[in-house]
Ligand binder design. Sequence first.
Ligand code: PLP
Length: 360
Amino acid sequence: MARVYNFSAGPAVLPEEVLKEAADEMLDYKGSGQSVMEMSHRSKVYDAIIKEAEKDLRDLLNIPDNYKVLFLQGGASQFFAEVPMNLMKNKKAGYIITGQWAKKAFAEAKIYGEAVELASSADKTFSYIPDCSDLPITDDMDYVYICENNTIYGTKYKTLPNTKGKLLVSDVSSCFLSEPMDVTKYGVVYGGVQKNIGPAGVVIAIIREDLITDDVLTGTPTMLKWKTQSDNDSLYNTPPCYNIYICGKVFKWIKKMGGLSAMKEHNEKKAKILYDFLDESKMFKGTVRKEDRSLMNVPFVTDSEELNAKFIKEAAEAGFVNLKGHRTVGGMRASIYNAMPIEGVEKLVEFMREFEKKNA
Ligand code: PLP
């Protein structure tokens, strides 16, 4: 059966090569006579898998030794709570509100302390990244929080906010490993893997070591304390072994593709094809301020709901699936993560061009 071009925002398309390799190893992983799904997380063979995954991730992102890499569970949504639980010593933090995911993290932080809105782009349906050069950050704030790539609205920070010396915490779920990043600019970087890296069920957190302490908010469950996870090298309890194994394969695939600089080039090329078309089309329009456009998530609209629905239906019939925009935005959204081939975007644009001609 032919594979479709999958533009889902997540879970999302994974490299075919990785899926095939995993299928080949399904019944017998490297002569162990078992699937990775079946083996003990305390076994030597699994230990090698998780250690190698961490090593490859460290290579890709050039992660310094004073940062811990944790493979966690609970999705990015659970991490929204883990951030204040582990970091809110003064019970105060600043949040920049650039969409639903930042809003959810903000709401979660309010359960644990005083979360302050530092800036927001809600006034224009989150279609831009607010000016973050002079935010009302106060000395008593424990950290500044951002959602770096806004999956639903298709915006991305091109420069990080001026945090006035405060710790930066960033949700990079939908731009993880799509381009190089300087980990040392952050206290904590984290993301769910189900977009660029692997199957849902793993959150990767990269945390500066001095932030991992026993000094957490009273009532923090053992599992959600970073110190617990760090002391046990992400093996405090049974981790999502198979999913971490797939993440490891994707890290190797990215390395083979030339690493993160090559990935960035590949993603820029892809995004340009789509954005250039949106800029010239009379029917389809991008919804995001040009300078804040994401390389990963591209929302667009026509001026009629009927036409949007017709487009989504006919596109799916032609093998371009999951193009419906998020329920809070409407219209369309093409998520073009690392594993989406250039040809997928070229063919989508060809299809859009034809659709425009036929329906003008
Ligand atoms: N943060 C961002 C930027 C996301 O795109 C998503 C999900 O799409 C989440 C957080 C929530 O992730 P999860 O479903 O793993 O909780």
